[in-house]
Design a protein around this ligand. Structure first.
Ligand code: SF4
Ligand code: SF4
Length: 308
């Protein structure tokens, strides 16, 4: 075997294990897989976003993102990494929206339905591009909290009328399988797992009612928290840096579904609670709360819920 392919596959295997995909994808199968052929086309777009999910994906540590994008999938366009700009980019999108079928459409960011000119690409509102492309795509991926659950673009008081990708396709009468990967920013392992599942089994992983993979979002942070025993014994931290459950500091772990206590950010270097900070619920439907932390009223209502 070509040494560079061997190194690539060994590193890719680390991602598969980290993402929990080893249950359906053995290392032997990976070795035998003709990865360079029949790669699914992937088109990645930004709605109203900060590009944090792209940055998170491009920073994946275990394996070169270039190898993922050139050996597992065929990346047709990405606003941050593609060389195509302007007219050339518009031609690629137009080609995909008229000539291609069955590709994977990844959307990062919200869709500003109430203010379409807030997000334009090649002089067309992103709302038009997303609608045209979603109709041709085989699978849709809402990458990150803004695309998956609303996030910052849909905070109270914003004027853009931002929709999630799921809301948008329902609004347009488009019926397509959709995988929602909330997290601010998205965890790259979640996307790699989703892509591998689609490539290997021809369908998305098992999803909950909001389109989230059950494997990652089946449990709350609270259920697996390192401070769960402290919570049960009512040993609460009074300020950042104290030992104990962070509920009194506004922890959103009890109402946030994510796998952070199993696998954290940056190749599991750390995660919020392990670092001593309350979960702010970045992967939840209520993120960002209008008053995030340090709201006395908010804390009291949380405490009432759990003291009763
Ligand atoms: S409230 Fe937060 S810190 Fe406390 S046990 Fe639950 S998730 Fe952990
Ligand atoms: S612990 Fe909470 S705030 Fe931190 S990454 Fe996980 S879901 Fe987001």
């Amino acid at each position: 075997m070509n040494p560079s392919r061997r190194v690539f596959l060994q590193r890719l295997w680390q991602v598969i294990v980290a993402a929990g995909a080893s249950s359906f994808f053995s290392f032997e199968e990976l070795l035998a897989a003709p990865i360079a052929t029949n790669r699914p086309k992937v088109l990645w777009l930004h709605g109203t976003s900060c590009s944090g999910c792209s940055t998170s994906f491009l920073d994946i540590e275990q394996v070169s993102v270039v190898e993922i994008l050139t050996q597992i999938v065929d990346l047709v366009f990405h606003p941050d990494v593609s060389l195509a700009t302007g007219e050339q980019a518009a031609q690629i999108l137009d080609h995909m929206a008229t000539e291609e079928d069955g590709f994977i459409l990844v959307l990062e960011g919200g869709i500003p339905v109430g203010m379409p000119h807030a997000c334009m690409m090649a002089e067309c509102p992103m709302t038009d591009w997303v609608e045209r492309l979603a109709r041709r795509a085989g699978v849709l991926v809402a990458a990150g909290t803004c695309a998956a659950l609303g996030g910052i673009p849909r905070m109270n008081g914003t004027l853009t009328g931002s929709m999630t990708l799921l809301e948008f396709i329902h609004h347009k009468g488009i019926a397509k399988p959709l995988v929602a990967l909330p997290n601010c920013p998205m965890k790259p392992e979640h996307l790699v797992y989703t892509l591998l599942h689609q490539i290997k089994l021809g369908r998305p992983p098992e999803l909950d009612a909001l389109g989230r993979p059950v494997r990652f979002f089946g449990h709350t942070i609270h259920e697996r928290c390192i401070y769960y025993a402290d919570f049960q014994e009512r040993r609460y931290a009074e300020r950042i840096g104290d030992e104990g459950c962070l509920l009194k500091l506004g922890c959103q772990g009890p109402v946030t579904r994510n796998d952070c206590m199993r696998f954290g950010h940056n190749n599991n270097t750390n995660t919020c609670i392990r670092a001593g900070h309350p979960c702010v619920g970045c992967a939840g439907e209520r993120f960002p709360r209008q008053i995030m932390l340090h709201s006395y009223g908010d804390r009291r209502s949380i405490m009432r819920e759990f003291e009763s």
